[in-house]
Design a protein around this ligand. Structure first.
Ligand SMILES: Cc1cc2nc3c(=O)[nH]c(=O)nc-3n(C[C@H](O)[C@H](O)[C@H](O)COP(=O)(O)OP(=O)(O)OC[C@H]3O[C@@H](n4cnc5c(N)ncnc54)[C@H](O)[C@@H]3O)c2cc1C
Length: 467
């Protein structure tokens, strides 16, 4: 939901116009995709590129949810700590998954390079630490480097040269990561899909499916589709057609805002041109249009009015950058994503010809690009690399209790992270004070030593003269 809190709008938060027809006549296709978000559109484009006839059925308008409302940051990985991934599937398996996630990012970059070379790309991303965790950083650097990703460690001084705040310490810098305008990328996918002959229908909710048999039957309010392959790419809104699938996702609403123009002072506070994410998974932001900030952070497991989070976002901005404490917001909005219990996306085949591409969580750009391409190749070329995701089976997310637990865990985790950050800053100030005291002590000792040395020399001279 987008709630303008002033009359100004910004291209980065505009959705898709919603000019596609509703499905009113029965249709027969090779591939039917449920859901017109990033996952559904990428699957459709890649299937059509391989010669399949494809239809996309979208319940509302293309990209109305997370796919048209995100921050556009494209990172490697999956949004779960890399160490957890290795622990779960082993180093070699994790490396293959990680490489696929990188290819997802590469897919987006290449698509933009070939078909929209004028689209603005902000290079690089910083994952900043909110605690003084230099040792941990070196460990991660090594692990992520071992997985084949281009990553470098930044010391505190370098981070603070780029981001004028004492809340951030070390950082991981991903030079190959980037950000783009998420809504513009979505519009590009729509254009490419249509160029490939994909038929897109809006305001066409899928209300029932019959996946048994070779030809799947897909029911919408006004017409039916028959398809050899059916791809469920509906994220948390999939609803009745796949109720058990829906119950494996914890819906999370994330709130984002765009500030008013902040003038030249923004560059003095944030010199870094890429995206910034903190390692607590709370704040994520970057500069757009030269002097505005695009910022996301608060989350709930229930839908709430975005305008209620304007103050929270302003508070987060103020906390990290007190210099911007008067920054006003032009827009605030929310969108939801599906979080799986294990944190990894749902990519695979549920039964012959019935596929799922969902659960992309907070990091859905590279992963949905990867998931869509993998599934299209699996359906039409027999590529079975989707099986790499088999260890991450569908796990019930706990229904309403799961939501409650999820919300409490988020609040607690965030509280813990905030406390750790406060502690780190207190420690940093204490150690700065200690360093100053140490320097003063060292000066005093040096002065005493110098005086002693002078006195010794003088007494030696005196003794010599006496002798
Ligand atoms: C505020 C915010 C910022 C984010 N920033 C980033 C970021 O910077 N980088 C990043 O990698 N990720 C980011 N994400 C996450 C990313 O946007 C999502 O993971 C991704 O868009 C999910 O895409 P999707 O296609 O699976 O889902 P969606 O965008 O939700 O699309 C699913 C579509 O399926 C349709 N649908 C569902 N059920 C049916 C049905 N029965 N019949 C017909 N249609 C149906 C829905 O209407 C919907 O349009 C962000 C998310 C949010 C909320």
């Amino acid at each position: 939901m987008l709630v303008p809190i002033s009359d100004q709008t910004a291209a980065a938060t505009e959705g898709y116009p919603g000019d596609k027809p509703r499905l009113t006549l029965d249709l027969d296709v090779e591939v039917c995709v449920v859901g017109g978000g990033l996952a559904g559109l990428t699957t459709a484009i890649e299937a059509a590129r391989q010669g399949a006839s494809v239809a996309v059925l979208e319940a509302r308008t293309i990209g109305w949810n997370a796919s048209g409302r995100n921050l556009g940051t494209v990172l490697p990985g999956f949004g779960v700590p890399v160490t957890d991934l290795i622990e779960r599937v082993g180093l070699q398996h994790a490396r293959e998954l990680w490489m696929l996630s990188e290819q997802g990012g590469g897919y987006i970059r290449e698509t933009v390079r070939r078909f929209a070379p004028d689209m603005t790309i902000g290079e690089g991303a910083l994952e900043v630490s909110t605690t003084d965790a230099g040792d941990r950083l070196i460990g991660w650097l090594q692990t992520i480097g071992d997985l084949g990703t281009n990553v470098e460690g930044w010391q505190i001084d370098r981070v603070r040269e780029q981001l004028r705040t004492d809340r951030y310490f070390h950082a991981l810098h991903f030079p190959n990561a980037f950000h783009l305008d998420g809504a513009e990328y979505l519009r590009l996918l729509v254009r490419l899909a249509e160029q490939q002959g994909v038929r897109i229908f809006e305001n066409t909710p899928v209300v029932n499916i019959d996946p048994a048999g070779i030809r799947k039957r897909i029911i919408t309010p006004l017409a039916r589709v028959r398809a050899g392959h059916l791809v469920l790419a509906g994220n948390v809104h999939i609803g009745t057609p796949a109720i058990r699938l829906a119950s494996t996702l914890l819906p999370v609403w994330r709130y984002a805002a765009l500030t008013e123009p902040l003038g030249d002072r923004l560059a003095e506070v944030i010199a870094f041109k890429g995206a910034v994410l903190d390692d607590d998974g709370i704040d994520h932001f970057h500069v757009i249009h030269g002097d505005r900030l695009l910022w996301t952070g608060p989350e709930t497991t229930w839908e709430s009015r975005p305008s209620r989070f304007a103050r929270t976002i302003r508070r987060r901005i103020r906390k990290v950058f007190p210099q911007l404490s008067d920054a006003g917001l032009d827009q605030v909005w929310s969108a939801s994503f599906g979080q799986t219990v294990h944190g990894m996306p749902q990519i695979g085949q549920l039964r012959p010809g019935l596929w799922v591409a969902s659960g992309f969580g907070r990091q859905g750009l590279n992963t949905s690009a990867m998931g869509g391409s993998l599934i299209a190749r699996a359906m039409l070329s027999g590529d079975d690399r989707w099986r790499l995701f088999s260890p991450f089976e569908l796990v019930w997310a706990g229904g309403n209790t799961g939501r409650l637990v999820g919300q409490v865990a988020t609040v607690l985790n965030r509280g813990k992270s905030a406390a750790a950050g406060t502690l780190a800053r207190i420690r940093e100030r204490a150690s700065a004070r200690e360093r100053q005291m140490e320097q003063r002590r060292a000066k005093r000792v040096a002065a005493v030593q110098a005086r002693t040395a002078r006195a010794t020399q003088a007494s030696r001279l005196h003794d010599g003269n006496e002798n």
